[in-house]
Every structure is written in C-alpha cells, then in structure tokens.
Design a binder for this molecule. Structure first.
Ligand SMILES: Cc1cc2nc3c(=O)[nH]c(=O)nc-3n(C[C@H](O)[C@H](O)[C@H](O)COP(=O)(O)OP(=O)(O)OC[C@H]3O[C@@H](n4cnc5c(N)ncnc54)[C@H](O)[C@@H]3O)c2cc1C
Length: 261
C-alpha cells in the first residue's frame, strides 16, 4: 500500500501570534508539527505495520506531504523521525497567504501524481482551524472521504478502508475503496515519540522540495483574504456575588438576564 500523510507546520499554540500585512507571521514564531497531524502520522505507520511494515523493501510505504515555507522541513523531519519513509515539501513564495482552495489544489496535484491508496490528514490545523482541506482534497481527486475517524481498519486485499466516527447522534461506521482520503480525530491513537535511532535515520531520508512549476500547476489569487485582524480583547473580569443569604436569588437573576435559564 502507498500511504500519504498530509502534515502542516503551524505556529506553536503557546507562541504569541502576529499578523503581518494580513498574513500570519510564520517566520518569527516558534513552529511545530500540527497536533492533529501527529495522530495522522501515527495512524499511517500503524496501518503499514499491521500489514507487513514499511521498512526498506516492505510492501508498504509512508510518504509525508506538506505545503509550507522552507522551514516546514522541521515539521517534516519530525514526521520522518517517527518512521515515515520519505517526504515531499511544496514550497513557493507564490503560496504565501494561500487559502484552503489553493492548498487543497496543490496537495491534490501531488497526491494524484503519487498514486497513493490511502491519504491521511488531521481533522484541523491549530492555526486556521477550518477543517476543510481533507474534504477538498477528496473532491478534487473524486474519491471517497472518510472524515473524523476515531478508528481505522484497512483490508489491503479488498482495497477497503472502514472507519468509526463518533457523532452527537451516535456512532457511524463508514467504508470506502482505495484511493480514499481519511481524516483522524485527536486521541485516535498515542503518537510515538521519535527514538534516537529514528531521529538519526530521518536526517538521511529524502525530502523532495518542489515549487509550483515542478508540481506543474498555476494558482489563482486567494479567494478569501484577511483584510484586518485585531487581538482578542482581554477577558472582562467576572461578576463576584457575595452570598449574604441572597446569593441564590442574585445567581438566578444573573442567569435569567443572560438567558441561560
Ligand atoms: C488566521 C488564519 C485565517 C485563515 N482564514 C482562511 C479563510 O477564511 N479561508 C481560507 O480559505 N483560508 C484561510 N486561511 C488559510 C488556510 O489556513 C490555509 O489555506 C491552510 O493551508 C488550509 O486551511 P486550514 O489550515 O484551516 O486547514 P484544515 O482544513 O483545518 O486542515 C486539516 C488538515 O489538512 C491538512 N493540511 C492543511 N493545510 C496543509 C498544508 N499546508 N500542508 C499539508 N497538509 C495540510 C492537514 O492534515 C490538516 O490537519 C487562514 C489562515 C490563517 C492562519
């Protein structure tokens, strides 16, 4: 099986984020591998290990695909040190400020060329949190999408993937035939920590860096552009109620005013 994992490098959740000319400053900020994508990498490795492994010469391969600035190689190396075989980074100055439509177009083009059987994504990035790219990729590839998976089972012989999805209404079980796009939720698994051996091996693994001409596509201007951004106002202090016997009444009055009861 050829397994692809889409990973994004994002600003560290704890880092102070700045917008520069309507774009998120992705250079002067600590950056990490997107949280949810660590679960995606782990799930891809577990699928390969459950069906013959992804070592040199094994039946399966796990390829990491990322679109981002040159420094996104840091996040890509993290995924390689977890055990992925190789990586493709699409990096081009023209992609700065790319919207989700463009991101999905670029990723889908590379995935199509790679003829992957299973594409695994996280359900969302921690910077823009749009939760749309996996579905957009599947739409562009005209293939099945199995999103928000909390469990994934693969039958390579039948070229079939079955997922479990937990919803408010209950639990869905869905399946799709290769090629298929899957997105995984947090806590689907316990991502492994890269071993020292894994970190050293990752230094030798191939990261193919492509610009847009190498991908062979042109892009349009972003359909959605951030025109202005303002820091969230500091949280206002709460209301303190001193219970001098009337605390309950005051609480009910407060909740009623807020239409919470
Ligand atoms: C603050 C902010 C606001 C934004 N608002 C908009 C907006 O309103 N409309 C719009 O179209 N774009 C917007 N963008 C741009 C958007 O973030 C990027 O286009 C992004 O690459 C896709 O959206 P996402 O990160 O929300 O992806 P999501 O759909 O949340 O990502 C889900 C999964 O897709 C995969 N994935 C996402 N991006 C990449 C990547 N670059 N490389 C590899 N895999 C990836 C990962 O597996 C990820 O877990 C915004 C960006 C920021 C920082």
């Amino acid at each position: 099986m050829k397994i692809a994992i889409c990973i994004k490098q994002v600003p560290d959740s704890w880092a102070e984020k700045k917008m520069v000319n309507g774009l998120l400053d992705r250079i002067n900020v600590d950056a990490v591998l997107n949280d949810l994508d660590e679960y995606a990498v782990e799930e891809g490795l577990r699928i390969a290990e459950a069906h013959g492994g992804n070592e040199e010469g094994a039946a399966n391969s796990v390829t990491v695909i990322s679109m981002g600035p040159e420094r996104a190689t840091e996040a890509v190396r993290k995924a390689l040190s977890m055990g992925a075989n190789n990586a493709i980074l699409i990096s081009d100055p023209k992609l700065a400020g790319a919207d989700a439509l463009t991101t999905s177009k670029v990723l889908a083009s590379v995935i199509l060329k790679g003829e992957f059987d299973i594409v695994i994504c996280g359900t969302e990035s921690t910077d823009a949190r749009m939760s749309v790219v996996p579905a957009m990729i599947a739409e562009r590839l005209s293939c099945a999408q199995l999103t928000f998976a909390s469990a994934v089972t693969v039958d390579p012989a039948a070229k079939k993937v079955v997922i479990t999805r937990v919803t408010e209404a209950g639990v869905d079980e869905m399946f799709g035939q290769f090629p298929v796009v899957v997105s995984v939720v947090e806590k689907i698994n316990e991502p492994r920590y890269p071993s020292f051996k894994g970190i050293m091996a990752a230094k030798k693994k191939t990261i193919e860096v492509l610009d847009l001409s190498a991908v062979g596509i042109s892009i349009e201007n972003a359909w959605s552009v951030v025109v202005d951004a303002a820091p969230r106002p500091p949280r206002a202090a709460g209301i303190r109620i001193t219970d001098d016997g009337g605390g309950g009444d005051q609480l009910v009055k407060f909740l009623t005013e807020k239409k919470l009861i």
